[in-house]
Design a protein around this ligand. Structure first.
Ligand code: FAD
Length: 544
């Protein structure tokens, strides 16, 4: 049975260096993890390395929608843009696939758009009917007109003045970081070697061709030599750095833009659904979504520089609050914000000088003269097709004989997932409904494993008012490749992203539990505590 614990670095180093892999994937976000699973399930021998933790990049900082993008469809129609149209159709097809292969991590979500002009009602209804027709997905409810009264009942905070009604349509929602981890753990279960905190530093080149990477393990400082027949650059916003290392003459392909979100208490969300504000001052859409018992609001679009810990700025937050004030009768203030964070969009450079909001989210796949394959751009929703195309390119003529299987591979937690999981957890383990729902949605069928662990000793909550359990700490370390307290609190449990103060409170407990389990010395334990606290604080305060 492959190990899903990241703590035995010695074993990990041996595995990474013992053989020549068919594929070395650099970057453990949605794209890299998707590629690792696609390639491993086609029978290839795969190594996956990630600079930080899995999903610590853009893939853990998205708006958490699995969607075709109604805004992109509008653009496709207005501009007769066949490329955009194909992108929306492909993403809608993928939406259905993801709802199927990870039913515990994904769900249909109603999105209400409040409308303040009568003409908007037929305009939006026509657009949404087209969106539905493109999706060809009868598992999601049909879009419909919502009267003014019903819109106000669904979202009592909406401004009443001039409100004409609304339209309600359905898209998918998910937990991005947990989906990322589910992809990695599935790939490992199927034979891949995956290591977080290992950064590709120097390409190994022979006659100008790439044969792998020297990489540095930031946990113990060791340098590793990882050899592979094909190397894939899935470093998202960082992909130009790797391209420049292997092919110094390659020109830059990316623009980067930052998108910020704020988290508010659940009471700010519409009942049962999210809210889509179709046009902000700069022509973007703003989402206000119920997410893991809280309200997620975003996003912005501001050109930015590269960073492994991008942060929301004071201007980002002010902008979001200002947009909300235009639609809400209740004032939302800084004091309501529980967390705020940003992600960096890897946007493939346009030929024109369009603003970043207009650059297509389509992906970009290339093979440089060194043989380095780069895949970037795209959306979370389309990671699976991006992975399939990348592995096809790596396989060349062999791709036809070894087709992708990922459309039918259930992700970790989905293998034996049953719709009655939540009620069984309540009955068999006496969890209260909130904990049962939380465990089901985070772990799927593995919620029973956590409950068994918890049944023995760790039924205690990490922090009051949140469903997270002590038992999850051990589980994250042993079964989900978590290395640090921040990995656990921010990406396995999501608490840091939801409520940074609560995560700070939980930190000493998590750190002590990890130190005991991993047998850390005092120095290592203190280092983890300081670093994790600093990381969690970046999710609680805006950057200057
Ligand atoms: C604000 C925002 C909201 C979004 N919302 C949505 C949404 O709702 N739905 C949707 O479908 N899409 C959404 N997207 C798009 C989606 O999140 C991205 O397209 C996707 O996450 C990109 O994944 P990736 O794996 O390519 O990049 P990343 O997740 O950034 O992964 C790249 C990884 O490479 C690692 N790396 C970098 N250098 C090295 C190195 N030298 N060695 C090893 N590893 C390295 C990084 O640490 C990083 O983890 C959103 C994007 C943003 C910014």
């Amino acid at each position: 049975m492959p190990s899903l614990s990241s703590h035995d670095r010695h074993r990990l180093h041996l595995e990474l260096q013992q053989e020549e892999f068919d594929l070395l994937v650099v970057g453990g976000g949605a794209t890299g993890a998707g590629i690792a699973l696609d390639a491993t399930s086609r029978g290839l021998c795969v190594a996956l390395i990630e600079h930080g933790d899995f999903a610590s990049g853009t893939s853990g900082r998205s708006t958490k929608l699995i969607h075709g993008g109604v805004r992109y469809l509008e653009k496709a129609v207005k501009e007769f843009d066949a490329g955009q149209y194909a992108l929306v159709r492909e993403a809608l097809h993928e939406r259905r696939t993801l709802l199927r292969i990870a039913p515990h991590l994904t769900r249909a979500l109603g999105l209400l758009t409040p409308l303040y002009h009568r003409w908007e009602i037929p305009y939006y209804m026509a657009g949404l009917k087209m969106y539905e027709w493109l999706a060809q997905d009868r598992t999601l409810q049909a879009s419909r007109y919502v009267s003014r009264d019903l819109a106000l009942k669904m979202c009592p905070m909406l401004k009443k003045e001039k409100l004409r009604g609304g339209v309600l349509y359905y898209d998918g929602q998910f937990d991005d970081a947990r989906m990322n981890v589910a992809l990695v753990t599935k790939a490992v279960q199927m034979g891949a070697v995956a290591a977080n905190y290992v950064s590709a530093s120097k390409p190994i080149l022979k006659d100008g061709k790439i044969c792998g990477f020297e990489a540095v393990d930031s946990i113990d400082g060791k340098t590793l030599t990882i050899r592979a027949k094909v190397t894939i650059n899935a470093t998202g916003p960082f992909c130009d750095e790797l391209r420049a290392k292997t092919d110094p003459q390659a020109s830059k392909i990316l623009e980067t833009s930052s998108g910020a979100h704020i988290i508010l208490p659940r009471s700010f969300s519409a009942r049962e659904s999210g809210l889509l504000i179709p046009k902000t001052d700069d022509g973007r859409v703003l989402f206000l979504l119920p997410w893991l018992g809280h309200t997620l609001v975003g996003t912005t679009d501001t050109p930015c520089s590269l960073s492994h810990t991008p942060r929301a700025t004071e201007e980002d937050v002010a902008y979001i609050l200002e947009q909300l004030s235009k639609y809400f009768s209740v004032k939302v203030t800084h004091a309501d914000i529980l967390s705020c964070w940003a992600g960096i969009r890897p946007l493939v450079s346009p030929s024109s000088d369009a603003s970043t909001a207009q650059i297509s989210r389509e992906h970009y796949l290339e093979k440089l003269p060194s043989g380095l394959i780069t895949i970037t751009g795209g959306k979370w929703t389309t990671y699976r097709v991006m992975a399939e195309e990348t592995v096809d390119m790596a396989l060349g003529d062999r791709a036809k004989k070894l087709p992708s299987k990922t459309a039918t591979i259930p992700l970790t937690g989905a293998e034996e997932f049953a719709p009655d999981t939540e009620s069984r957890l309540q009955k068999e383990f006496k969890w209260d409904p909130l904990v049962a729902k939380y465990l089901t949605r985070a772990y799927g069928s593995n919620a029973f494993k956590i409950s068994e662990l918890a049944d023995l000793s760790q039924r205690r909550h990490l922090v009051d008012g949140h469903p997270h359990l002590e038992a999850e700490v051990d589980y994250a370390m042993e079964h989900e490749l978590a290395c640090t307290s921040a990995d656990i609190l921010c990406r396995r449990l999501r608490l840091g992203f939801l409520d940074s103060k609560a995560a700070e409170k939980a930190l000493p407990k998590v750190n002590a539990q990890l130190a005991k389990k991993a047998d850390w010395n005092t120095k290592r334990q203190e280092h983890d505590k300081t670093q994790s606290l600093a990381y969690i604080k970046t999710l609680g305060r805006t950057a200057k």
